[in-house]
Design a binder for this molecule. Structure first.
Ligand SMILES: [Zn+2]
Length: 202
C-alpha cells in the first residue's frame, strides 16, 4: 500500500467525493448518485455485510427537520441509520416531498387534512393525486450502484418497496420493523397507512 488513505469498502459511485458523516449511531459514508430523474444520496455503513439492511427514504422536511409529532419520517430515518450502523447496510435518500408529489402539493394535502379531518391518502386523492405514486425505481437504480448482490433485509412496511427490490432480482430474506418512538399522532398516521396504502402493520 502506497497510501495511508482509508479504504472505501463500498464501490465508489462516481468521481464525486465520498464523505464520512458522524452520526449518533456511528459513521456513515455518503455518496451522490446522479440519475436522469434526479440526484439521490447513497448512505452506507462503515463496513460491507453479506446481506445488507436496505432502506429507501423519501425526504420529509417536517418529520426529519422539524421532528413533527404526527409523522414518522424522521424517527424512521434515525432508526434506519441505527440499523445500518449495527447490521451493515444502505439507505438511498431522494428529495421526494409528499411521496414525490412535491412540497406544494404536500402543503395543500396537509391543509385539507387540517380542514376536513381526513388522512393523508384521502387528502391526496381529493387533490386528484395518486396517494402512492412512487415506484422506487430511482432508489433501486441508486442501490445497484453500490450493491450487486441478490439478497437484502428490508426496513419498511411498504409492500411497493419490496416489489421494487424483487423486480430488481433482490430477494428479501427478512423484513425488519424499524423501532420508532411512538406518539399518539404518529399512531393515528401509521394506522391510516394500513388500509389506505396496504402497509404491513409491523
Ligand atoms: Zn413525513
Amino acid at each position: 500500500m502506497s497510501s495511508e488513505k482509508k479504504a472505501i469498502a463500498w464501490p465508489q459511485i462516481s468521481n464525486r467525493p465520498a464523505v464520512t458523516i458522524p452520526t449518533a449511531h456511528g459513521d456513515v459514508l455518503v455518496q451522490l448518485a446522479q440519475l436522469p430523474d434526479g440526484d439521490l444520496l447513497v448512505i452506507t455503513s462503515s463496513y460491507v455485510p453479506d446481506v445488507p439492511v436496505v432502506r429507501f427514504q423519501s425526504s420529509c422536511v417536517f418529520g426529519e427537520g422539524l421532528r413533527a409529532l404526527d409523522c414518522d419520517c424522521g424517527v424512521q430515518l434515525d432508526a434506519a441509520v441505527k440499523a445500518i450502523c449495527e447490521a451493515g447496510g444502505i439507505i438511498t435518500y431522494a428529495w421526494e416531498e409528499g411521496r414525490g408529489l412535491g412540497i406544494a402539493k404536500k402543503l395543500e394535502a396537509i391543509a385539507l387534512q387540517e380542514a376536513e379531518g381526513i388522512d393523508t391518502a384521502e387528502a391526496f386523492r381529493k387533490l386528484n393525486c395518486d396517494p402512492e405514486p412512487r415506484t422506487f425505481a430511482n432508489h433501486v437504480e441508486a442501490l445497484r450502484l453500490v450493491y450487486k448482490g441478490d439478497k437484502a433485509v428490508i426496513g419498511s412496511r411498504n409492500p411497493k418497496k419490496i416489489v421494487a427490490l424483487e423486480n430488481a432480482g433482490i430477494k428479501i430474506v427478512e423484513r425488519v420493523t424499524l423501532e420508532t418512538p411512538m406518539t399518539e399522532q404518529r399512531e393515528v398516521y401509521l394506522s391510516s397507512k394500513i388500509p389506505a396504502l396496504g402497509h404491513f402493520e409491523k
